[in-house]
Design a protein around this ligand. Structure first.
Ligand code: ADP
Ligand code: MG
Length: 494
């Protein structure tokens, strides 16, 4: 079946290939040339064996066709052997695959504008958020049409939605509470909602998700103000300076949902605490929802006024626990899938083992891998992971030493420890030695030459050979693979 117009391509595979090709072109021709001629080229679609790309002007089309046409075809063929022809035409693309590095986040249209101007980390003028929602009928909010407040809320991160939140044992309770508040704000028992947990475990994510959910709906307007405690304080101080505290108070008290992130910041800031306390009471009395996050539970927030702590603990208190290995794997899988990049299971396991501190760091590591893979059009492997994340891994090294690895491996295969560095080449000795080298590469951040030195001053190429030999054997021989895996786990859990 042939059509005159190419199909709109929705196959993520094709988008991935296209991104790789663009990355390769960029590397090949250099940044300047790429920007001048090729950057505006878009993928239109695939029809049979013909791929169509578009450029916005005839001039660009002609230029690219004559200079890069053959190269493009060759690249497409190497990506996808079924493609024989490349049609370069004038026009805009019907389907534009987003660059992969960006698609880690699935941005929402509404937020794009605001995020471009400012991120929620910076202290620039915050933007308005007051959009319709249907959630509040039960609370009698229908009559209170609140105008957007250009002076209150901070922008929301478009990635921080409920859909983008991976749920597991450590966070399922906090997630359920957040969902509940987003569905029925200010319901008894859930007001205030107090979320707490260590850095990078998803507190801000869940707060934004609640705000998105509430502002995304279209029937009854709900005004949601989200801001960090720090920003709350700055605005309060600024209001005092400009003698506009009344206005500040009124503005704050006219919202339907007030969210204050990282409340621990208010410790020791007595006047601001006082102000927050009054606003808090006022809003709760009016049947409005408060959501607060902090790094500790209300009772552990020493330095916060006692009466405020008591009030904060009156609603629902939910904590986000440290991640488990399973949750880390799920998060990595979800984020890799979103990025449209094929990350082998082995790499995901490796990252989940190594980076246990928090989700932010885990995500940072994955983003770096994805960006690297796109830029250099190279698949993600354990090798590239080590290379790209060298510095991060070093910081997270579980401090397994090469000596420990040698000892464990020697015990396991019943050979002498000295054989790890001896010159003996008998297989009974050489194979365990290779396994130990392989594990040293996997479990420590030592370089190949450093590892070589510890194994009787061997050359780095010997280590490299050992790593690839063991990898190959593991693929072919299940029992051997299990053996090595077992050793790895033993060493890691020491
Ligand atoms: P916190 O506010 O607790 O310090 P954040 O909410 O800023 O942490 O989360 C840090 C990063 O980790 C964010 O990019 C967030 O999207 C991500 N993240 C945290 N938990 C999850 C999760 N369960 N699923 C998906 N992403 C998560
Ligand atoms: Mg936060």
């Amino acid at each position: 079946m042939t059509t005159t117009e190419p199909e709109i391509v929705e196959m993520p595979q094709l988008a991935v290939q296209w991104t790789r090709i663009r990355g390769r072109l960029q590397t090949e021709v250099g940044e300047v040339e790429y920007r001048t001629w090729l950057r505006q080229m878009n993928l239109v679609g695939l029809d049979g064996d013909e791929i169509t790309v578009a450029l916005p002007t005839r001039f660009l089309r002609d230029w690219v066709s004559t200079r890069y046409g053959d190269r493009l075809r060759a690249m497409w063929q190497s990506e996808n052997p079924s493609i024989r022809r490349v049609d370069i035409r004038v026009g805009s693309a019907t389907a534009q695959p987003a660059p992969l590095a960006e698609s880690v986040a699935v941005p929402r249209e509404i937020a794009k504008e605001t995020i471009r101007e400012t991120t929620h980390e910076t202290i620039r003028e915050p933007i308005a958020l007051a959009r319709p929602a249907m959630a509040a009928a039960a609370n009698g909010w229908q009559d209170e049409r609140v105008e957007p407040r250009s002076d209150l809320a901070a922008p929301l991160d478009p990635r921080f939605t409920f859909e983008g939140f991976v749920v597991g044992k450590p966070n399922e309770f906090a997630y359920a509470c957040a969902r509940r508040v987003a569905e029925r704000p200010a319901s008894p028992g859930f007001n205030p909602l107090f979320l707490y947990g260590g850095v990078g475990l998803g507190k801000t994510h869940l707060m934004h998700a609640i705000a998105w959910e509430l502002t995304d709906q279209t029937v009854i307007p709900v005004s949601v103000a989200y801001m960090s405690a720090e920003k709350f304080m700055y605005r309060f101080i600024a209001a005092i300076r400009s003698q506009s505290t009344m206005e500040f108070k009124e503005n704050l008290r006219s919202v339907d949902v007030l969210m204050i992130d990282d409340l621990q910041f208010l410790i020791g800031k007595d006047n601001t605490q006082e102000e927050f306390f009054h606003t808090f009471n006022y809003l709760v009395e009016q049947g409005k929802q408060i959501v607060v996050s902090a790094d500790k539970s209300p009772s552990d927030l020493n330095g916060l006024e006692h009466r405020l702590r008591t009030r904060l603990g009156c609603g629902m208190v939910a904590d986000l626990h440290s991640t488990t290995y399973e949750l880390r794997i799920s998060i990595l899988e979800a984020k890799a899938a979103r990025a449209g990049v094929d990350v082998p299971g082995k790499v995901l396991e490796f990252l989940a083992h190594k980076i246990t501190s928090n989700v932010r760091e885990l995500e940072g590591a994955l983003n770096r891998l994805v960006a690297h893979a796109n830029l250099f059009s190279r698949p993600v492997t354990l090798e590239t992971t080590h290379e790209v994340l060298h510095d991060i891994l070093k910081a997270h090294d579980r401090r397994v030493t090469i000596e420990e690895i040698q000892k464990k491996v020697a015990e396991h295969y019943s050979i002498r420890l000295t054989d790890m560095s001896s010159a003996r080449r008998a297989r009974a000795v050489a194979r365990p030695r290779q396994v130990a080298m392989y594990l040293a590469k996997q479990l420590t951040s030592r370089s190949l030459p450093e590892i070589g030195r510890k194994f009787g001053n061997r050359d780095h190429t010997t280590v490299m050979h050992a790593v690839s030999r063991v990898t190959e054997l593991m693929e072919r021989d299940g029992t051997f693979a299990e053996d090595v895996e077992l050793l790895r786990r033993l060493l890691e859990s020491q």
